[in-house]
Design a binder for this molecule. Structure first.
Ligand code: SAH
Ligand code: SF4
Ligand code: F3S
Length: 467
């Protein structure tokens, strides 16, 4: 029996324990879109086991956390929540399960076992698919479960999934990362790069197309190195629809009827080969917003970060892409205050931001991560300086956003209508190709369709449109 079949049996067993009752669960997902996609799979499994989602902690029978450890603030958040749950555990015996990236860190699981001994299940990134088995054992044998392994988990196909949206879907195409940027914990908690088989990806997307999904986001920690490791190692796989790289995958997905938009995160500049640029330029469904993580604009800092490109190479790549891809927009990730970064070196980051003129910048204050090279570097930057740099970058970015937003006013934008606006149920919300939020008036049956909207005004984080 294969692993997923075995887990399906456990799902049945849990369902049997839960017979005639509906149990409720809460789930808190921290971290990136990959974690969100993992959570959709956890929800899929839970619903098959007879659980129903609630947002109200007090009525939950099971509280699930899918954790992130990329920066320190996520840790504080988890421990705060666990403190709150202690009473609920004592009062009604809620089952508490914690999974995800943080559970791959031994100092964290040790801390949980000592300080929060009431937690029932700990599981890691490589054992997510075994959640039904872990839950069954926790319920049936009433014992604490720790299911964390340190070897790269296989990619399992065929887990149930409960997606958050009926319009946009995320599809993980590869797991893990081989880059070991010196600030980053991800390679330690997600293991080495391994790609899904092209056939499984295409079949999943064709199925999503049948269900009416309009937009697909391809996910991977290093998404544009899809199948690279397999190619380099000479691993044989029966090619499917000619797919043997990220570029050929984009082209194959572009041919799938009724999918309107294709996005992907996060690519690495070093793997942004010409064939990928070509594919973005020629595939009409691939959005022309590219997320291209910069991290720092200074060549020396980039070297210390182990990013494998210089300031000039990054700028040259941007120029090449702008030339080849009409209407290209870019977004990026930036870290300020990496060990040893001087004021002058930080100025290089501002310089690149000015030159590229990003549509969106995700800004982070450097956070020391146990086990990484960066954490062992002697020249850590004082918090106060990090915050000063962060604020300087933020001011520049916000000025650019306001300026970029002006360019939209008066234009017509193709918008995928995603639903009612959160702040005002009478309005609809959608996104442009460049991922800008547009709020507008319209009838509810436009949800899930593409509309051409005239942009009438800009408001920093969103645009207002009219049909
Ligand atoms: N694999 C993706 C995303 C990694 S995590 C990529 O390479 O782009 C998302 C972002 O978090 C990173 O791009 C980086 O900007 C930020 N990040 C990662 N580790 C960090 C740390 N220790 N401190 C602050 N920001 C960090
Ligand atoms: Fe982390 Fe770098 Fe890998 Fe991204 S590419 S996950 S930043 S190590
Ligand atoms: Fe966080 Fe893990 Fe994603 S550490 S950023 S949830 S891969």
């Amino acid at each position: 029996m294969n692993e997923i079949e075995a887990q399906k049996q456990y799902m049945k067993k849990v369902r049997k324990i839960n017979q005639n009752k509906t149990f409720k669960y809460t789930i808190l997902t921290m971290g990136c879109q990959l974690n969100e996609n993992d959570s959709e799979k956890l929800c899929g499994m839970l619903e098959q086991m007879g659980y129903e989602r609630t947002e109200n902690q007090k009525e939950a029978d099971l509280a699930l956390f899918n954790t992130c450890c990329v920066r320190e603030n996520a840790e504080d958040k988890l421990f705060g929540k666990l403190g709150e749950l202690k009473r609920l555990k004592e009062e009604k015996g809620v089952i508490i399960a914690i999974g995800g990236c943080m559970m791959q860190e031994k100092h964290i699981t040790d801390k949980i076992k000592v300080s929060y001994p009431f937690v029932d299940i700990l599981f890691g990134t490589h054992t997510l698919h075994k959640f039904p088995e872990d839950l069954y054992k926790a319920l049936n044998e009433k014992k604490k479960i720790e299911d964390v392994i340190d070897i790269d988990g296989e990619i399992y196909e065929g887990l149930p999934i409960k997606r958050d949206s009926h319009i946009k879907a995320s599809v993980t195409i590869m797991n893990g990362c081989n880059n070991f940027c010196s600030y980053c914990i991800v390679p330690y908690v997600r293991g080495r790069e391994r790609s899904r088989h092209p056939r499984d990806i295409i079949n999943e997307i064709k199925e999503l197309a049948k269900q009416g999904y309009q937009e697909i986001t391809l996910l991977g920690q290093n998404v544009n190195s899809y199948l690279r490791v397999e190619r380099e190692k000479g691993i044989e796989f029966d090619t499917y629809e000619g797919i043997n790289s990220f570029a050929t995958l984009l082209k194959a997905i572009n041919k799938i009827d009724s999918i309107e938009r294709i996005r992907f995160v996060s690519p690495h500049p070093k793997d942004f080969t010409d064939d990928v640029i070509e594919a973005i330029a020629t595939c009409d469904k691939v959005c022309k917003l590219v997320h291209l993580p910069l991290q720092s604009g200074n060549t020396k800092v980039l070297k210390e970060m182990n990013r494998k490109y210089t300031k000039e190479q990054y700028l040259a790549l941007v120029e090449k892409m702008k030339k080849r891809i009409p209407n290209l927009t870019l977004s990026t990730d930036i870290i300020v205050g990496f060990p040893g970064e001087t004021d002058d070196e930080f100025e290089d980051t501002l310089d690149v931001v000015r030159k590229v003129n990003f549509e969106q910048v995700y800004m982070f204050i450097y956070s020391r991560r146990v086990g990484t090279l960066g954490d062992r570097m002697k020249n850590q930057i004082p918090e106060e300086i990090k915050h000063r740099r962060f604020n300087k970058l933020k001011t520049l970015v916000e000025d650019q956003i306001v300026e970029n937003n002006q360019k939209y006013v008066g234009t017509v934008q193709k918008v995928l209508v995603e639903g009612e606006s959160k702040n005002n149920k009478d309005l609809l919300t959608g996104r442009t190709d460049s991922n800008k939020v547009v709020i507008f008036e319209g009838s509810k049956d436009l949800i899930g369709t593409m509309q051409n909207l005239k942009i009438v005004s800009e408001h920093m984080w969103y645009l207002k449109g009219e049909i």
